[in-house]
Design a protein around this ligand. Structure first.
Ligand SMILES: Nc1ncnc2c1ncn2[C@@H]1O[C@H](COP(=O)(O)OP(=O)(O)OP(=O)(O)O)[C@@H](O)[C@H]1O
Ligand SMILES: [Mg+2]
Length: 235
């Protein structure tokens, strides 16, 4: 099976990149995939999550991909993906420059952009997506982009304005994850919300299902014509 690469990114801090990256990692590990989680953030939150991972759950391999990590290693060695890897997940830091981010993109990557329901986050994310869509390198590599609303409280005015913003983008808006303490608890325990043994995560499992469906839908079939996955964003 070919390698699946998923980048979780947004220049805006605190929108849930690490939360989403770790939950993706735990899901794919649980279903038997060989998972590598690349932490590009010097804060190392994803790596700390892996260190807290209990011995009786499926393992996730962590890679310290931050620039401050071991200088004796070359960057390409640091970022290499061994052939046995099924899923490579990249957790990127806040404030990442678009041109730097574009260097990370590889052919057919899937990119998930978390966004919070707040005016500042919506504004920052609109900027980020616009910059991403106009980056030539990213376009050429047939990157698939999708947005995930995070920390959502439905039936609030702010959520409705986030929804309006997301539907106005010409990219898939694939799910809304609710605001729940389960995420902080899972991070603390080194697991994903799906691994919490409780019926309290039923809603969260349902909210993640469309994310996995989108990620696991094959992008390019051998028979179908290749269509650009980067949509234009004229704004
Ligand atoms: N759906 C959620 N419900 C409740 N809390 C959440 C949810 N998603 C994230 N959080 C909390 O929000 C905070 C920020 O999340 P997280 O660290 O994943 O964001 P980030 O984008 O990785 O931040 P940074 O830009 O600093 O790397 C954390 O305390 C996390 O537990
Ligand atoms: Mg983070």
């Amino acid at each position: 099976m070919s390698l699946q690469r998923i980048l979780v990114t947004n220049a805006k801090g605190g929108c849930g990149k690490t939360t989403i990256a770790t939950n993706l990692a735990s899901h794919y590990a649980r279903v038997g995939k060989n998972v590598r989680l690349f932490d590009h953030d010097t804060q190392g939150s994803s790596l700390a999550w892996i260190r807290r991972r209990p011995g009786d759950v499926a393992p996730v391999t962590g890679v310290d991909a931050s620039k401050n990590s071991d200088h004796r290693l070359t960057r390409s060695w640091q970022l290499r993906v061994p052939p046995e890897t099924d899923v490579a997940i990249v957790d990127s830091p806040a404030g990442t420059d678009i041109s730097e981010l574009a260097l990370l993109f590889q052919q057919n990557d899937s990119v998930l952009i978390p966004v919070l329901p707040s005016p500042i986050d919506i504004h920052a994310t609109a900027h980020f997506i616009k910059a991403l869509l106009t980056t030539g390198g990213a376009r050429r590599k047939m990157i698939r982009l999708a947005v995930v609303a995070n920390r959502v409280r439905k039936n609030t005015l702010m959520y409705h304005s986030l929804e309006r913003f997301l539907f106005s983008l010409n990219i898939p808006f694939i799910s809304s994850l609710r605001d729940t303490q389960l995420y902080a608890q899972a991070i603390e325990m080194g697991i994903g919300v799906q691994e919490i043994s409780t019926s309290r995560n039923r809603i969260d499992r349902e909210q993640w299902a469309p994310v996995f469906r989108w990620l696991d839908t094959p992008v390019v079939s051998e028979t179908a014509p290749i269509t650009p996955l980067f949509n234009s964003f004229e704004r």
